[in-house]
Structures are given as C-alpha cells and as structure tokens.
Write a protein that binds this ligand. Structure first.
Ligand code: GDP
Length: 334
C-alpha cells in the first residue's frame, strides 16, 4: 500500500511534465525519458502526448552522431568535446546507445564511470538510451528522447553509438552530422567493417594523435583522405573531412567544432540541412508504419495459425515460399 502510494507520487500530471521540460528542469526531463523507455502502454501513450505538445519547441538544436569501435576513445572524446562546447556557452545533451546491453546485460558503455567531468557539468546532461527493437522501430525511443532534450533547451545533442553493428546506420537517419572516430595504425582498417560507415560519415577523426602516435596519425589521416576521394560525392554537397585529435590532451577539438559549424552553415545555405530533416521525419513515420505492420502481422492469431499450417510445406519444399507468403498476406488483408 505504502509502496503504491509512493509510486503514485512519482507520476506527474501531463502539464507538469510539459512545463517542467520547457523550464529546463532536468529531473523532470529524466522522468519523461523514463516514460518513453517504459514497457507500459499507458506510459508510452503519455510520452507520446508529451512529444506532441512539445514538438513545436523542438528542432533548434544541432544533432551530432558519434561512432567508433570500442577503445577508439569515444567517451574521452565526448567528454573533452562536450566540455569545450559548454565552455562556449552551449548546453549539451549526450545520449549513449549501447547495442550490447540488451544481449549480454553487460555493457560496453555502461559499466565504467564514463564522462564523469561532463556529467558534473551543469550545462550537460548524459543519458544512456536503450537500443532495443521497441514499438515504433529501432531507435524510435532515442529519437523521442532527443526531441525532449531539445524542448528542454539543449543546443547540441550528441548521440554516441558503438561502431560494431547496424545501430550507427540507424543513427545516421536521425542526426545532422555524423562523425566517425578512428585510430591510426591498423592498415586494413580502410577495407574493413567501417567502409559502410565511412561512406556515410561527414567527418573522420583519427584520435589519440599524441606522443609517439602523432606521425602515424598524420599518415592515417592521409590514407583516409585518399580513400574518401574514391567515394561518390555526397547528397549534401559537403566533402567529408578528416582531422586528428587527442581527446586525452584536448587537442584538435576546436578544429572539429569549427568544421561542424562550417558544415551547418554550408548545408543550411544550400537548403540541404532542412531537406535532410524533413526526409528524416518522413522516414521516421515510415519506420513506425513498417514496424507496426510487421508487428500486427506476426501477432495476429489467424496468421499464426495459418503459418503453422504452411510452415512444414515450405520447409519440405512442397509449396514454394512465394505461394505461402501470398496466401498469408491475402489472409492478413481479409
Ligand atoms: P571508447 O570505448 O571508444 O569510449 O574509448 P574510451 O574513451 O573509453 O578510451 C579508451 C582508452 O583510450 C582509455 O584508456 C582512454 O584513456 C584512452 N584514450 C582516449 N582518448 C585518447 C587520446 O586522445 N590519447 C590517448 N593517448 N589515449 C586516449
């Protein structure tokens, strides 16, 4: 009974969430994000209505995606870069997405104390974001969390992902600028898994360019520049840049920020910036529809039953997969 009462107390009224977020209250922002992440239908409905009410106050921030393999220095970079941004008077929200947390319950990102200095900065807000395939599709919640942060007055939203899976591709679809953090040395790096990411990156930063590593980092930078020449021009008209940094010794970070500012002004001038966001909104809608359709299909009792009947025939090649699919889709449309 007592517990229930306490729980009741924790829930705010919708307008308390809205007003709290608008006034920049981080505690209320955190609670609203918890609603977004909740598995309860009622919480999600409330979250959706909050987003609807707050939508006119979103969109003014700059959204930056940062990816890189574990150990490349992402959290060190974001901490130093975030501190630079807050020193310039910016309010910075960092959303970290850890694709491993769902599977192993352990976490590449979460276990160690990360970004301690930035976490204590009154102008920064750090929040891990679940990466699961939730209602509304992959990273729908990250997108919604981002919108709440914008309504709360953050100027810059940094979304961090580990460059080991597909999450960075999804993140590309919700940010304005996509930055790949990499390291010098590994020669075959250019051909490896990062090729796909490289193709969509607006910039590559070769990190740990300090001490004995400086020369190697410069060489790697040149390798990347040469490699990028071979990619087709980007839709934004922006030529992807390659820089070096030392996140640990806070070097090269101003250059990264200057570059991002240049990207923003250049792509705004040619109209790409807005067009990209509009396309992202449309894509978001389609992602939600895709997800919902699939969900409804696979959770329909009649489909489940029919699929059970047909599965064996398909498995044994007594019926072509295409025929079975047609029968099931027809049934779904009935
Ligand atoms: P993440 O897994 O990509 O988030 O990487 P971390 O930020 O945790 O960094 C991994 C290790 O590299 C840590 O021991 C950092 O101190 C170190 N590191 C990060 N950035 C730099 C850098 O610019 N120079 C050097 N020398 N070490 C760095």
């Amino acid at each position: 009974m007592l517990k229930e009462k306490k729980f009741e107390k924790q829930k705010l009224k919708p307008n308390e969430y809205v007003n709290g977020i608008i006034s920049g209250n981080r505690v209320i922002l955190s609670r609203a994000i918890t609603l977004i992440e909740s598995k309860l239908q009622a919480d999600n409905e409330l979250a959706e209505s909050l987003i609807e009410q707050l939508l006119p106050r979103t969109g003014k921030s700059l959204r930056i995606g940062i990816t890189g393999v574990p150990g490349s220095g992402k959290s060190t970079f974001i901490e130093s870069f975030g501190k630079l941004l807050t020193s310039l008077g910016k309010k910075v929200a960092v959303l970290t997405i850890d694709p491993t947390s769902q599977i192993s319950k352990g976490s590449i990102l979460g276990d160690k104390t990360r970004m301690e200095e930035l976490a204590n900065d009154p102008d920064a807000f750090i929040r891990p974001s679940p990466s699961g395939n939730t209602l509304g599709g992959v990273h729908s919640r990250t997108r919604e969390t981002m919108l709440l942060c914008e309504a709360c007055g953050f100027d810059i939203i940094i979304i961090e992902t580990v460059g080991v899976g597909q999450s960075e591709v999804a993140i590309r679809g919700i940010v304005d600028f996509f930055l790949l953090i990499t390291l010098s040395g590994a020669g075959d790096e250019l051909q490896g898994i990062k090729r796909g990411i490289m193709e969509t990156a607006d910039a590559i930063v070769v990190n740990k360019a300090d001490g004995e590593n400086i020369k190697k980092a410069q060489r790697t930078k040149q390798d990347y520049i040469n490699a990028l020449h071979m990619f087709p021009p980007t839709a934004s008209g922006w030529i992807p840049q390659v820089l070096t940094s030392s996140a640990l010794y806070k070097e090269g970070l101003e250059e990264v920020w200057e570059m991002i500012e240049k990207y923003e002004s250049q792509t705004k001038k040619v109209g790409y910036f807005l067009r990209n966001r509009q396309n992202q909104n449309l894509q978001w809608m389609k992602d939600i529809i895709d997800f919902q359709l699939k969900y409804d299909f696979y959770h329909s009792a009649s489909i489940k039953q029919k699929m059970g009947e047909l599965e064996n025939q398909v498995r044994e090649e007594n019926m072509p997969a295409s025929t079975a699919a047609k029968i099931l889709l027809k049934k779904f449309r009935e």
